[in-house]
Design a protein around this ligand. Structure first.
Ligand code: ZN
Length: 296
């Protein structure tokens, strides 16, 4: 990623519409309910999304969410996203998503994605994947990520997916308490962990884990900065100013909207560049990649 040419790096965007496979009918009610919750319209294709970011000179990390075990809907393929990232490597990074329930086959897929497709991290969603992040079942996957010093992003807090559906779509919020990530951060100090979103109703847990573990970051995606809990803004302005990252959760929230509201959300002017870009360069080790290549 040529981060020097970018005004910001959005560490949290979703692959919404594939150009290779039809939308999954089983996923439709979840998407419809989420669209009501987030007040979103038509979902963009992967190509539309890249064009949006390119126009604005914003870098992006994109991923699908593999919930094939808990929800049973087919994911967009990790390869499609990785190929788009390779073709747009000046602005885009691909993360993979593998349901930890896939066991050894999932571990094998993770290795292949890192080796052949150049993915730089993995996205987990404990609620839609139906697991606690500190479940030993997921540890073989984390071992692969840690071995390559890559990033694992975990959804945290309330979930727009399932909101308003009968029984919340059968999904369980308890899995997304960020305190479970404390075990993961302790056991995998070489793996960068991003706690995604303001973690309401567990915001203080997320701040505590992020403060305690150097390998843990927080992304500010999924909520307009207008509605951030005050303690999140307080820590982002002080002790955690180098640990907090810009993310939108595109396409349910756009960078245009996020950045407009960010200006007036009480963040000190000197932390704006840290949050928008500098912290992501360090968290994703973007500067190391260049150095390693230069040294051969
Ligand atoms: Zn998300």
């Amino acid at each position: 990623m040529n981060y020097k040419d970018l005004i910001a790096i959005d560490v949290h965007t979703h692959a919404e519409v594939s150009s290779r496979q039809p939308a999954d009918v089983l996923w439709q009610p979840f998407e419809d309910a989420a669209s009501v919750y987030f007040k979103t319209g038509k979902r963009p294709t992967i190509a539309d999304t890249i064009a949006y970011y390119r126009e604005r000179k914003i870098g992006l990390v994109m991923f699908t969410v593999d919930s094939e075990f808990e929800i049973g809907s087919r994911r967009i393929s990790n390869e499609e996203i990785a190929e788009a990232a390779a073709a747009n490597s000046d602005i885009m990074i691909a993360f993979g998503s593998i349901d930890p329930h896939k066991g050894r086959l999932g571990v094998r897929e993770a290795r292949e994605l890192i080796r052949s497709s150049g993915v730089k991290g993995f996205k987990f969603h404990p609620t839609v994947q139906g697991f606690f992040a500190n479940d030993r079942m997921a540890y073989p996957l984390y071992e692969v990520i840690a071995e390559h010093k890559l990033t694992a992003t975990f959804h945290s807090g309330h979930s727009g997916i399932g909101t308003g559906m009968p029984g919340g779509g059968g999904l369980r919020l308890k899995y997304s308490n960020p305190m479970h990530l404390d075990d993961v951060a302790a056991d995998f100090p070489d793996m960068t962990i991003i706690i995604a979103h303001p973690s309401w109703p567990w915001q203080d847990e997320a701040l505590s884990v992020c403060l305690h573990k150097p390998n843990v970051y927080i992304d500010l995606s999924g909520w307009s900065p207008k509605y951030f809990p005050p303690q999140l803004v307080h820590y982002a302005n002080s002790q955690l100013k180098r640990k907090v990252l810009f993310g939108s959760d595109y396409s349910v929230l756009t960078p245009d909207r996020w950045m407009k509201d960010f200006k007036d959300a009480g963040f000190k002017p000197e932390v704006h560049p840290l949050i928008l870009k500098e912290n992501a360069i360090r968290a994703l080790r973007l500067d190391h990649t260049g150095g390693a290549t230069a040294r051969g």
